[in-house]
Design a protein around this ligand. Structure first.
Ligand SMILES: Cc1cc2nc3c(=O)[nH]c(=O)nc-3n(C[C@H](O)[C@H](O)[C@H](O)COP(=O)(O)OP(=O)(O)OC[C@H]3O[C@@H](n4cnc5c(N)ncnc54)[C@H](O)[C@@H]3O)c2cc1C
Length: 472
């Protein structure tokens, strides 16, 4: 094997690393540092030819292949197989006349937002500028403009991908409709994407920001008001709410320090006057610790969620809901109450354009979901998975009667859970539900088609260190 790896290293422009190599730890690092890869071979690919060579190497030896860009959404730690890291596949090339961009698989959304803004355009990026472009798109991509513009994956025009047979293909909805359909939703089950072409939208400004309330004293009122308010909003307004314990640290804005915070995030693409009128019922709840909702350039959109950019170990789960029930709201208040296991609970308002299919079909389903519910906790010291998961399970169980499936873009390392399958719900044991958990992120007919296409494109399941879709 060593000689074969040396031969691979001689072929590649990017580095090939093994355990013990000085750069191995830096290259395998993840944003969620609770997922620790230990691949036998780590290939830091520099171009599409490198990717083909690595996939051919792995295929010849039956070694499982996993893909990582930023490590924000790793499903499984890669062990013993080959981990392809894409961070060297750079480049954002905007075509202003066509309102499109070709983006290298190693890019993050912040770079695309900046490049598009130079031409009065915007991509359908998510809340954090440090999330990788391709992982986000292959999971659907619930953007800041989700309710007005739909899934980001619906605006992918072309995908360059090295499939499990090591062939580089340019895939569009018309040139390879099956593979195009499967890649957008199938994540890395169908190969390593090297570049994508996306449509951009003519958005240069918005009325938005964050309303930060005191979660301990106003949390219940804010949460109930949010549910009633969000149910009647136009598609031009995309919003979410998160409850989080703000650390008592100098890096945190003074008004939030040491408090449970209820943070409503607002993005309105209509006029500032209309936005102000729409947000008024939330402001009427009472004083805000901080209120940043105002007219802003789209390029400043990362400030709306203002999520931490530094890696940390965490565990969590995200599901899709048909409605926000009183029981779910009570459970959010229960699990985020100060004094217990620290939990961040988040609700994102879906619907609007997300519910409609794009022009070119893809495997992103469950589009009728009205809300997304996420919960996560840091893993440190006594806060182990065994400690935090039962608390998360309380929330997931409360929401189980209205849970329609798992959220594809946010499927993280806890892939062995199926909705409602926790011990309180009388569900199966974790090991039994892994396949069920993946299945629950898709419509039944789409899942069956994905399995059939997996048998065509990856019959030996080379790409299996992921949320695996097993070949039919
Ligand atoms: C702080 C934070 C904020 C987020 N906000 C949003 C949001 O607003 N909206 C939303 O929809 N999602 C959001 N997500 C979820 C995010 O979209 C997923 O975690 C996504 O998978 C991250 O992709 P990545 O490339 O950065 O991560 P990685 O961990 O590097 O990749 C995740 C997965 O994507 C696939 N993948 C990545 N690159 C390739 C490639 N080149 N070829 C094939 N497969 C590949 C693989 O399956 C890989 O396991 C957020 C996540 C975090 C941590």
């Amino acid at each position: 094997m060593d000689a074969a790896v040396d031969a691979l290293a001689a072929l590649l422009r990017g580095p090939v690393l093994r355990p013990g190599d000085a750069a191995y730890d830096v290259e395998r690092a993840t944003f969620n540092s609770a997922v620790t890869h230990r691949p036998a071979v780590l290939a830091g690919v520099a171009d599409a030819a490198d990717v083909s060579a690595v996939v051919a190497f792995a295929g010849a030896r039956g070694l499982p292949v996993a893909v990582q860009s930023t490590g924000h959404g790793q499903a499984l730690a890669s062990a013993d197989g080959v981990l392809v890291t894409t961070r060297r596949l750079r480049g954002v090339h905007v075509d202003p006349s066509a309102a499109t961009a070709w983006i290298g698989a190693g890019e993050r959304w912040g770079a695309v937002v900046a490049a598009a803004a130079e031409h009065g355009l915007a991509p359908l990026n998510g809340s954090a500028p440090h999330v990788g472009v391709v992982g986000y798109l292959l999971g659907g991509g619930i953007s800041l403009l989700a309710r007005s513009h739909g899934f980001a994956a619906d605006r992918v025009r072309a995908i360059e991908v090295v499939t499990p047979d090591a062939v580089l293909r340019r895939v569009t909805a018309t040139s390879e409709p099956d593979l195009y359909w499967a890649l957008l939703g199938g994540r890395d089950n169908f190969g390593v994407v090297t570049r994508v072409e996306v449509e951009l939208v003519p958005v240069t400004r918005l009325y938005g920001g964050g309303l930060y309330f005191d979660g301990a004293t106003q949390g219940e009122a804010v949460l109930r008001a949010y549910r009633d308010w969000s149910a009647g909003l136009p598609e031009a307004l995309t919003s979410s709410i998160a409850f989080f314990p703000a650390p008592d640290a100098p890096t945190v804005p003074e008004p939030l320090r040491g408090r449970l915070v209820a943070h409503v995030r607002v993005v309105h693409t209509g006029s500032a006057e209309e936005g102000e009128r729409l947000v008024e019922p939330l402001r009427a709840i009472g004083p805000r610790l901080i209120d940043t909702v105002a007219e802003m350039p789209y390029a400043a959109c990362a400030s709306i969620f203002n999520e931490p950019a530094h890696p940390m170990p965490y565990d969590g789960e995200t599901v899709l809901l048909s409605e926000l029930t009183p029981r779910t709201l009570e459970a959010i208040l229960d699990v985020t109450r100060p004094g217990g296991v620290p939990c961040i609970a988040e609700v994102r308002h879906l619907g609007g354009a997300l519910a409609r299919r794009g022009e070119a079909p893809n495997a992103i389903g469950l589009r009728d979901a009205a809300y997304l519910l996420g919960v996560l906790s840091p893993l440190r010291g006594p806060l182990t998975r065994d400690v935090v998961r039962p608390v998360h399970e309380r929330l997931l169980t409360a929401a189980a009667p209205v849970t329609v499936g798992r959220s594809l873009p946010f499927m993280g390392p806890s892939g062995e859970r199926a909705p409602g399958a926790g011990p309180e719900a009388g569900g199966e044991t974790a090991a039994d539900t892994a396949e069920e958990a993946v299945r629950s992120a898709y419509e039944a007919k789409d899942y069956a088609r994905l399995r059939a296409l997996k048998a065509t494109y990856d019959p030996h399941n080379l790409f299996r260190h992921n949320h695996n879709i097993r070949p039919a």
